[in-house]
Design a protein around this ligand. Structure first.
Ligand code: SF4
Length: 380
């Protein structure tokens, strides 16, 4: 089924009104990446379209929504810890509802309610628009609701939004990922890559600018493969140039690129489009070619460094940041030395460094030669 890109209408919901007829309040808590920050703005927008109002800071909301992350093993600990805290609040707050969504809900499904039976609604990454109706059904039937879809129903970008910032906006250009990095759970939770049409993206940016935004961040699990779904390998470079034509837009950023698909037309588009900021977050993950092969990252360190050289030829002052995982299964001292060598050569402006941790359901979780925690800590 092709994910719909037509605007999604969220009808006012009777469940949005309290016993005294005043709107019920909501709060959305976000764990994880920028894609989740974007999605949380859509969850807020959907609830407001249904008639809920955002709770004042420091007040107990009638509805608490947790948008979860599943990337690292402590993600589960954070969710169930938070749900433990919320139980006592719910016991003291008549009619309060708790909803859990996002990647960990998509992965754990009914386990969430088994572990926390006081959770009213569990929904996934493919049906965020259903939240208001699921809350209504749970309240009406006084019974917990669970709805997890295996493929995308509507593009999250078609849902109403409630942006956290006036001057900047997150604009998703694609959802899902076709890569199979062996440490990553995302493809099994967000599905195969689905691309939005360039026209829909540019219209959304124009609306944001009309609404006062001067900066946008284009979002995708792998923005460089944007266009794969409609057969245009140069679609991302063209999108950057087209966005640069939008009157009133001052800054364009994007995340996450992937070294394997990062092509020179994108470097040229960045250098020749004034609004595109000379800033690039390019995940390296490891500097060892042997480990990159085991990670199934489909590039090697020389290609990675080659891209950085070509970026700096066109944008000498570009700020380049990265992601690095230390302690991936099988990583030897020599492999780690390779990573340090590439980091030295790359002259990153900043880096997010992660200690490898087993994520059930990923190929790396069952690999031999898991690195002892103390060694991982030391390398970290
Ligand atoms: S590119 Fe790799 S790490 Fe990134 S989301 Fe896709 S599978 Fe995960």
């Amino acid at each position: 089924m092709t994910a719909s890109s037509a605007p999604t209408v969220i009808a006012p919901s009777s469940a949005a009104l309290g016993a005294d007829g005043t709107p019920r309040t909501y709060e959305v808590r976000t764990f994880g990446c920028q894609m989740n920050v974007h999605d949380s703005e859509r969850l807020s927008g959907s609830l407001e379209s249904a008639g809920y109002v955002r709770a004042q800071t420091g007040t107990d909301a009638d509805v608490v929504v947790i948008n979860t992350c599943a990337v690292r093993d402590n993600a589960a600990g954070r969710l169930y810890g938070t749900l433990g805290h919320l139980k006592s609040r719910k016991d003291a707050h008549d009619g309060m509802q708790i909803a859990v969504g996002g990647c960990l809900a998509q992965m754990d499904k009914d386990v969430v309610q088994q572990k926390a039976p006081w959770v009213d609604v569990v929904f996934g990454t493919h049906n965020m628009g259903s939240l208001p109706s699921l809350l209504e059904r749970a309240r009406h039937n006084d019974e917990a609701e669970l709805e997890i879809l295996e493929s995308l129903e509507v593009f999250p970008s078609t849902l109403p939004t409630k942006r956290d910032s006036v001057y900047s906006g997150w604009v998703s250009i694609s959802v899902g990922c076709n890569n199979t990095c062996t440490f990553c759970i995302v493809p099994s939770l967000r599905g195969k890559e689905k691309d939005r049409r360039p026209g829909d993206i540019l219209s959304e940016i124009r609306l944001l600018v009309d609404d006062g935004a001067i900066e946008v961040t284009l979002l995708g699990q792998n923005v460089n493969s944007y266009g794969v779904e409609f057969g245009d390998r140069q679609a991302f470079g063209k999108l950057l140039r087209a966005a640069g034509q939008i009157e009133g837009l001052e800054r364009i950023r994007f995340t996450s690129p992937h070294p394997a698909a990062f092509t020179d037309d994108v470097i040229a588009a960045m250098a020749e489009t004034g609004q595109v900021m000379p800033q690039l977050h390019m995940p390296l993950q490891s500097g060892s070619d042997r480990i990159l092969r085991a990670m199934r990252r489909s590039y090697r360190s020389d290609r990675f460094l080659g891209i950085l050289d070509r970026v700096r030829e066109r944008m000498p002052h570009a700020a380049i940041s990265t992601d690095i995982i230390v302690g991936f299964p099988g990583e030897t001292d020599e492999d780690f030395e390779d990573t340090l060598r590439v980091v030295e050569r790359a002259r990153f402006a900043s880096a997010f460094t992660f200690q490898y941790s087993i994520r059930e359901g990923t190929p790396a979780a069952t690999m031999a030669d898991q690195v002892p925690k103390a060694v991982v800590q030391e390398r970290y």
